[in-house]
Design a protein around this ligand. Structure first.
Ligand code: AMP
Ligand code: ZN
Length: 113
């Protein structure tokens, strides 16, 4: 098992508040929310960031984003939400397993603005 914290969450080795799961992705609540609603989409395959993913992984991620957006809508974010993926240290990426932030409602800091 790699030292990747998100791989450990996906494997069930570290607890997380799961919102949704299918064969390709897991959606969890962010442990340190930056908005009123802050979830993380974790692709189950490990790759560090959007540059490192393969074409096949890109297709899967696109499908996950569509599902995620529908779930967000169904969870009551019809008023709007933003999808954010930080790539690299200059963008303040802190976990090296690609993830998409979904933020709804009022932002609680300027980190994701
Ligand atoms: P980033 O800075 O874009 O790499 O985002 C990483 C996100 O992962 C941050 O918003 C953290 O709060 C979140 N995070 C780190 N560890 C955990 C964890 N164990 N469970 C849920 N969220 C986490
Ligand atoms: Zn990982």
């Amino acid at each position: 098992m790699s030292e990747c914290i998100f791989c450990k969450i996906i494997a069930g080795l570290i607890p997380a508040q799961k919102v949704f799961e299918n064969e390709d992705m897991l959606i969890i609540k962010d442990i340190n929310p930056q908005a009123k609603i802050h979830y993380l989409l974790l692709p189950k395959e490990h790759y560090a960031n959007i540059i490192e993913m393969t074409e096949e992984q890109a297709v899967k991620l696109g499908k996950c984003l569509k599902t995620l957006s529908q779930i967000a809508n169904d969870l009551g974010l019809q008023g709007g939400f933003r999808l954010v993926s930080n790539k690299g240290t200059d963008a303040r990426q802190t976990v090296g397993h690609l993830h998409i932030h979904i933020l709804g409602g009022q932002l609680l800091s300027d980190k994701m603005a």
